[in-house]
Design a protein around this ligand. Structure first.
Ligand SMILES: [Zn+2]
Length: 88
């Protein structure tokens, strides 16, 4: 995840949110298609992509200075709430 952190928390957040949304969209589309849950591969792929997105966000959307988790702040902070590092 170190190489992703170099992208900066803002870009990582975008990637993480995109993955989460793709996952949700896949799962919802699949539920709407109304197939049986236990044999439904696309739903589980959707859930998997969503979880990857959230885990990715938790690992990379952090302050490069102090490691403070920046995910979940709304709106996205301009400076780190912990060390005041300016987020690019
Ligand atoms: Zn910080």
């Amino acid at each position: 995840m170190r190489q992703f952190r170099k992208l900066g928390p803002r870009k990582c957040r975008r990637i993480s949110l995109a993955l989460a949304w793709i996952g949700v969209t896949l799962a919802v589309a699949d539920i709407l298609a109304g197939e049986r849950l236990e044999t439904n591969l696309l739903l589980w792929i959707g859930v998997g992509v969503f979880v990857i997105g959230v885990v990715f966000g938790g690992a990379t959307v952090r302050c490069p200075q102090c490691g403070e988790l920046l995910m979940g702040h709304r709106p996205f902070p301009k400076v780190c709430p912990n060390c005041q590092w300016k987020i690019k």
